[in-house]
Design a binder for this molecule. Structure first.
Ligand code: SF4
Ligand code: SF4
Length: 342
């Protein structure tokens, strides 16, 4: 157990947590909404600093990060807890756990494990990395000292303060939307009162030079509106740039939403086409292995420059500085210094 970062005492023994946009007011003896930050005698503690649940080397494409350090392996870590209550969460046993489980692995050891397993960096993922900020923060600092990258997979609901604090050590982030950011979907399906902080946080990440990819989970019937996809795509173009990679991920029945069928390839293709029509240059379809939108095509000459299958990179044909070798178009690739060539 460790004293939390980013909180303030607000009178009596109450505290206010400033780590995520819920900004929980936590009375003495109680925990925040994420269930992993507890007020003891007016001091806020993180209960998961030394409770690592998962340590797994993954292809970076699994995050998904398709344009950052392509083809590298990343060491994924997570703890229990989450600041959302998604009814479709595929990691719900960890994210919604009422108990604090996991084992103590100090940041230094996590970084050593990453190096030993041949990974080029780390990803803070599976549940929501915001809620294990203290562990991620210390690990990320040590990872950078060793020349490894750091990436977040996040619902984007942290505070700007948290982003600014982490930014010097954070190289890339996958920010996950669900239901194309529809506020009604967020309220009903995820117990999130208002998704607007996510948009502000994305702008803050961009200002801080963090490489960004966006995903959106497509849930049939209740979260597959083409109109909303077009709206989200326009927002991305205007605020993050037309070359921001955008992934449409297929929903699979899970947790409390076992009664909804999986998203079909046809639906995902239609929505991906709509996003591209709006002007996004790199639109991908995920969770449909073998889909033609797993590959990267040059937006200028149309030639295939990166071939993938599922989460695996098969072939990459780009210049050393991330351009199309056929026409010289800039492909918005980041983290190339970690890509082994030859
Ligand atoms: S991190 Fe947890 S305790 Fe802090 S504001 Fe968010 S949900 Fe509340
Ligand atoms: S934000 Fe992610 S980890 Fe948290 S409940 Fe939702 S899907 Fe699960």
């Amino acid at each position: 157990m460790k004293e939390a970062m980013l909180y303030e005492r607000i009178g009596g023994k109450k505290v206010k947590c400033n780590l995520c946009s819920r900004n929980c007011t936590i009375p003495e003896g109680k925990r925040g909404f994420c269930r992993v930050r507890e007020n003891r005698e007016g001091t806020l503690y993180t209960l998961v600093y030394d409770k690592v649940e998962a340590t797994i080397p993954d292809p970076i494409q699994k995050k998904p990060l398709f344009h950052f350090a392509p083809g590298t392996m990343t060491f994924s870590i997570s703890t229990v807890g989450c600041n959302f209550r998604c009814k479709f969460c595929c990691n719900w046993l960890s994210s919604q756990s009422q108990e604090i489980t996991g084992r103590s692995i100090p940041p230094k050891e996590i970084v050593e494990m990453a190096e030993k397993s041949g990974c080029s960096g780390l990803s803070y993922t599976y549940t929501e990395q915001t809620i294990f900020f203290e562990l991620a923060y210390e690990t990320a600092q040590m990872a950078h000292k060793k020349g490894l990258y750091n990436t977040f997979v996040t619902n984007g609901y942290m505070t700007k303060e948290a982003i600014r604090m982490m930014a010097p050590y954070l190289d890339a982030a996958t920010v996950d939307f669900k239901g194309a950011g529809d506020p009604d979907f967020y309220r009903k399906m995820m117990d999130v009162p208002d998704p607007s902080p996510i948009y502000e946080n994305l702008k803050e990440m961009k200002r801080n030079g963090i490489f960004i990819e966006i995903t959106n989970l497509v849930v049939p019937r209740i979260g597959d509106s083409e109109e909303r996809i077009r709206k989200l795509s326009s927002w991305i173009i205007e605020n993050l740039g037309e070359k921001t990679p955008f992934h449409l991920l297929a929903f699979f029945p899970s947790y409390q939403m076992n009664n909804i069928p999986p998203a079909t390839s046809e639906t995902l293709t239609r929505l991906a086409d709509a996003a591209e029509e709006e002007g996004l240059k790199f639109v991908y379809v995920g969770n449909v292995p073998g889909h033609e939108r797993e590959n990267t095509y040059c937006p200028s000459c149309g030639k295939t420059v990166i071939t993938r299958w599922n989460v695996y990179l098969r072939k990459m044909n780009v210049t050393f500085d991330g351009k199309c070798p056929h026409c010289g178009e800039e492909l918005n690739l980041g983290g190339l210094k970690w890509v082994k060539t030859g």
